[in-house]
Design a protein around this ligand. Structure first.
Ligand code: COA
Length: 315
C-alpha cells in the first residue's frame, strides 16, 4: 500500500470498550457435544473456553457505550459509525443502523465485512474518514459466530465464539497514530472458508492454517516496510486470535517473540471481527502498551483477506 500522505489529518484512539456474552462454553462442555477432548482443543488451538450468545447489535451497543464513556464523547458528536462484522443480525438493513439507534448517534453508519480482518479494515476506513474531514468516528468489531456454527461439526465448533470490541477514533492536531497499513484479499480462496446465507460455516482447516501464516506475515511485512520499522521496533503485535499455533508460527517468521504478542484466545476463542480489538484493548487495560510504543495489528480471514497496520500508541 502507498505511504500515508504527510499532510493527511491524523487520528488517535481516545477510548475503548469490550463486551463478551455472559454464557461461557468450556472445552469440557464441548466434550459432551462432539467427539473431542479438552486436551486436543488446548494443544491444537490454545482455546480453553469461549463466550456465546447475544446479538451483533446488542454486543456492539455494549462495547460502543464503554468506548464513548472512556473517551468522554457525547454520542451526538460522533460523525460516523463503522461496524466490522461478518455476522450481521439481518441481511438488510446493516446492523450498524440498529447500533446507531441504540447508542443515540446521529450520523452515517455502515457495516464492513472483511471476515476476521474486519477490525483492521475498519480501522483503515475510519482513519480515511478522518482524513476526509470527520472529527470523531466510532469503530466497532463484533461477531456472533455461534449463530452460524454447526455445533455437530468438531472441525469448527471448537473454534468459533462471540464478542465485541469498540474504539473512539478522534482527529488530532499533532501526528496521528497510523504509520502504515496494508489490505489484501484473494477471492480465489473463497471455497476454503465460507458460510452461505442461512447456513453454517464450512472450513478446510489445514489449508486455511497453511495460508493464514503466509498471508499474515506478508501483510505485516508490507506495513512494517512502509512504516520503516523492523521486528525489534514492535512493542506489541496483536494478531487475529484464530489458533495459538498460527499466532506462534507467524510471530516466529516475523522475528517477534511470543512474549510481545497480545493473546486472549484461551478465554475468547475465535471471535472474528472482535478478536483484534478484544486482544488489543485487553493488553491496553493490562498496561502492556505505553505512549510511543509501536503496535502491529495483523489479521486474516475468509475471502481470503489479510490486513495489517502499524500504530504508534498515544497517551
Ligand atoms: N477434536 C479431536 N480431534 C480432532 C478435532 C477435534 N475438534 N478436529 C480434528 N481432529 C482430528 C482429525 O480428525 C485428525 O485425526 P486423524 O489424524 O485421525 O485423521 C487429527 O485431529 C488432526 O487433524 P487436522 O485437521 O490435521 O488438525 P489440525 O492440527 O490442522 O487442527 C484446526 C485443526 C482446525 C484446529 C487447524 O487446522 C486450524 O486452526 N486451522 C485454521 C482455522 C482457522 O484459523 N479458521 C478461521 C480463519 S479466520
Amino acid at each position: 500500500m502507498p505511504p500515508i500522505p504527510k499532510n493527511a489529518v491524523g487520528a488517535r484512539f481516545t477510548g475503548w470498550g469490550r463486551a463478551l456474552p455472559p454464557k461461557v462454553l468450556t472445552n469440557h462442555d464441548l466434550e459432551a457435544m462432539v467427539e473431542t477432548s479438552d486436551q486436543w482443543i488446548r494443544e491444537r488451538t490454545g482455546i480453553e473456553r469461549r463466550h456465546v450468545g447475544g446479538t451483533t447489535a446488542g454486543l456492539s451497543i455494549q462495547s460502543g457505550r464503554l468506548a464513548l464513556a472512556m473517551a468522554n464523547v457525547d454520542p451526538l458528536d460522533i460523525d460516523a459509525l463503522v461496524l466490522a462484522t461478518t455476522t450481521p443480525d439481518r441481511t438488510v438493513p446493516a446492523t450498524s443502523a440498529t447500533v446507531q439507534l441504540g447508542l443515540g448517534l446521529k450520523c452515517g453508519a455502515f457495516d464492513v465485512n472483511a471476515a476476521c480482518s474486519g477490525f483492521v479494515y475498519a480501522t483503515v476506513v475510519a482513519h480515511g474518514l478522518i482524513a476526509m474531514g470527520s472529527r470523531k468516528v466510532l469503530l466497532i468489531g463484533t461477531d456472533t459466530l455461534s449463530r452460524v456454527t454447526d455445533w455437530d461439526d468438531r472441525n469448527t465448533a471448537v473454534l468459533f465464539a462471540d464478542g465485541s470490541g469498540a474504539a473512539v477514533l478522534e482527529a488530532t492536531d499533532g501526528p496521528g497514530q497510523l504509520l502504515a497499513w496494508d489490505l489484501d484479499s484473494d477471492g480465489s480462496a473463497e471455497e476454503l472458508l465460507f458460510c452461505d446465507i442461512g447456513g453454517t460455516i464450512f472450513m478446510e482447516g489445514r489449508e486455511v492454517f497453511r495460508r493464514a501464516v503466509r498471508i499474515m506475515v506478508d501483510s505485516a511485512e508490507k506495513s512494517m516496510a512502509v512504516a520503516g520499522v523492523g521486528a525489534d521496533d514492535i512493542a506489541l503485535i496483536v494478531p487475529h486470535q484464530a489458533n495459538i499455533r498460527i499466532i506462534s508460527a507467524a510471530c516466529d517468521r516475523l522475528g517477534i517473540p511470543m512474549a510481545r504478542a497480545a493473546v486472549c484466545i484461551s478465554e475468547t476463542g475465535n471471535t472474528s471481527s472482535a478478536s483484534i480489538p478484544l486482544a488489543l484493548f485487553d493488553a491496553a487495560d493490562g498496561g502492556r502498551v505505553s505512549p510511543g510504543d509501536l503496535v502491529l495489528l495483523v489479521g486474516f480471514g475468509a475471502g481470503m483477506t489479510a490486513a495489517s497496520a502499524v500504530i504508534r500508541w498515544g497517551n
